[in-house]
Write a protein that binds this ligand. Structure first.
Ligand SMILES: Nc1ncnc2c1ncn2[C@@H]1O[C@H](COP(=O)(O)OP(=O)(O)OP(=O)(O)O)[C@@H](O)[C@H]1O
Ligand SMILES: [Mg+2]
Length: 377
C-alpha cells in the first residue's frame, strides 16, 4: 500500500535469498571510532544481505553511519565486531593481499576521486582496465565509450586540472565502472552533478544492475536515483531502521502523492491507480502524442519537460508532476494537440480504461480533473 513508505516498517531480520549467495552479507555489525575514553560506537548491530542485480539506495541524516558502513563493506576499514561477507569472502579472515583482491572487484565512487593529475581522462580510465588485466586491444574504444556515455566525449584527452569538478567526478565514475565490477559502492555520486549528468550516471548504474547483474549500494538524497532504486535502506543513529523493497507501484504511489491532482484519492485508490500505471521513457525530440490521433493514454511526467504544440506553436511547457492526455480521454474526441519531449522524459502512463475507472471511483478526483480539463479545453 501507498502508506508504506511514509511510515517505515519496523526493522525485520533479512533472510538471505534462497537462490544465489548474496554479494554482501552483514551480520551483527558494530563499529567504534577512537580508543579508551574517546571510544565511540557509531554502528550498532547491523544486518543486511544484498544480492546481485539490486540497486540499493541508502539514506539517513548526517552522522548516521552511512559512509562508515560503506567503507566497511568495501574492505577499506577493518571489521571490529560482527560478520562481513563480501563477494563470497569473510573479510575478517582475509590477509591484506586478500582484501586487495576483494577491493579490485569493487567499483568505488567516493567524493575523494583521486584521479592521476599527470594522466588524461582516458588514461585514468585505462589504468583501471590495465589493473584488471584486460587485453590492450579494444581498450581505447571501450574507455572512450564509457566516457562518452557520461557526457565526456569531448574531454577524453583532457588532464584533470582542465576539467570542472563535475567532469572530474564523472571521469572517476567511468573509471569505477569500466570493468563492470560485481559490486559498486557509491557515496553521493551525483551530488556535484547537473541534472543531465546525474541522469546519465543513474542510467549507467541501473544498466549495471539490470544487464550485468552487479549489486550497487549508493548513499544519496537525490530523488531521481531513489526512483530507480530496487531497495531503500534508511539509517538513523548507527542503525538500519528500515529496509524496503520498492516495487514500481510503490514508487509510483510515492510520486502520485506529491501531485496535486491525486491528493483527492484515498490511499487505497492511489495504490489502485499506481498499480495500473506503467513507466515509459522518451528521448529528446520524440513525439509523445500527435494531434488528430485517437486518445489511448493518460500521461504523468516524472522527470523531464515536454512542449504542448497546437497548430505549430507551443502553447505550454510541462514538467515534473504535470500531466497531459486527459482531454481526449474525457471528451472522446481526437487529440487536440501534439506533445513533444524537449529532453529525455520519464512518464507514468495510465491506459484509457484504467483512467476511466479511476475517474468513476473517486468523485473528488473527477472534480479536480474536470477543473483542469475545462481550463485547457
Ligand atoms: N574517522 C573518524 N573518526 C572518528 N569518528 C568518525 C570518523 N568518521 C566518522 N566518524 C563519526 O561516526 C559517525 C558516523 O559518520 P559517517 O561519516 O559514517 O556518517 P554519514 O551517515 O556518512 O554522514 P554524512 O551524511 O554527513 O556523510 C559520526 O558521528 C561521525 O562523527
Ligand atoms: Mg557520509
Amino acid at each position: 500500500m501507498c502508506a508504506m513508505l511514509a511510515e517505515p516498517p519496523a526493522p525485520a531480520p533479512i533472510a538471505a535469498p534462497a537462490a544465489a549467495e548474496p554479494v554482501v552479507r552483514v551480520e551483527a555489525l558494530d563499529h567504534f571510532y577512537g580508543e579508551g575514553v574517546a571510544r565511540n560506537q557509531v554502528l550498532f548491530d547491523n544486518r543486511i544481505a544484498i544480492s546481485a542485480g539490486e540497486l540499493v539506495v541508502m539514506t539517513g541524516p548526517s552522522g548516521a553511519g552511512k559512509t562508515t558502513l560503506l567503507t566497511l563493506i568495501g574492505a577499506l576499514r577493518s571489521v571490529q565486531a560482527g560478520r562481513m561477507e563480501v563477494l563470497g569472502h569473510n573479510l575478517s579472515r582475509l590477509p591484506p593481499h586478500g582484501l586487495v583482491e576483494v577491493r579490485r572487484n569493487i567499483g568505488f565512487i567516493f567524493q575523494m576521486h583521486n584521479l592521476f593529475d599527470a594522466l588524461s581522462a582516458y588514461e585514468n580510465v585505462k589504468m583501471a582496465m590495465q589493473l584488471a588485466h584486460l587485453p590492450p586491444k579494444g581498450m581505447r574504444q571501450h574507455g572512450t565509450e564509457i566516457l562518452d556515455r557520461l557526457g565526456l566525449g569531448h574531454r577524453v584527452d583532457y588532464k584533470p586540472h582542465l576539467l570542472s569538478g563535475g567532469e572530474r567526478q564523472r571521469v572517476a565514475i567511468a573509471r569505477a565502472l569500466v570493468n563492470r565490477p560485481r559490486l559498486v559502492l557509491a557515496d553521493e555520486p551525483t551530488a556535484a552533478l547537473d541534472r543531465d549528468s546525474a541522469r546519465k550516471v543513474v542510467e549507467l548504474l541501473k544498466e549495471m544492475t539490470v544487464e550485468h547483474d552487479s549489486a550497487v549500494i549508493m548513499v544519496t538524497h537525490d530523488y531521481r536515483i531513489i526512483e530507480s532504486a530496487d531497495r531503500l535502506v534508511h539509517m538513523v543513529d548507527g542503525r538500519i531502521v528500515s529496509d524496503v523493497v520498492l516495487h514500481d507501484a510503490l514508487r509510483i504511489c510515492e510520486f502520485l502523492r506529491a501531485v496535486e491532482l491525486f491528493r483527492a484519492l484515498t490511499p487505497t485508490q492511489l495504490t489502485d491507480v499506481a498499480e495500473k500505471m506503467t513507466k515509459r521513457k522518451y528521448a529528446a525530440g520524440d513525439t509523445i502524442l500527435r494531434a488528430g490521433e485517437p486518445g489511448e493514454d493518460f500521461f504523468l511526467i516524472s522527470d523531464g519537460e515536454v512542449d504542448v504544440i497546437r497548430a505549430d506553436h507551443e502553447v505550454a511547457r510541462l514538467g515534473r508532476g504535470d500531466f497531459f492526455g486527459e482531454v481526449a480521454l474525457i471528451s472522446g474526441e481526437p487529440r487536440n494537440a501534439t506533445v513533444q519531449a524537449t529532453e529525455p522524459v520519464d512518464t507514468f502512463v495510465l491506459g484509457k480504461a484504467d483512467f476511466q475507472s479511476a475517474i468513476e471511483a473517486s468523485a473528488p478526483f473527477r472534480e479536480q480533473l474536470y477543473r483542469v480539463y475545462f481550463s485547457r479545453h
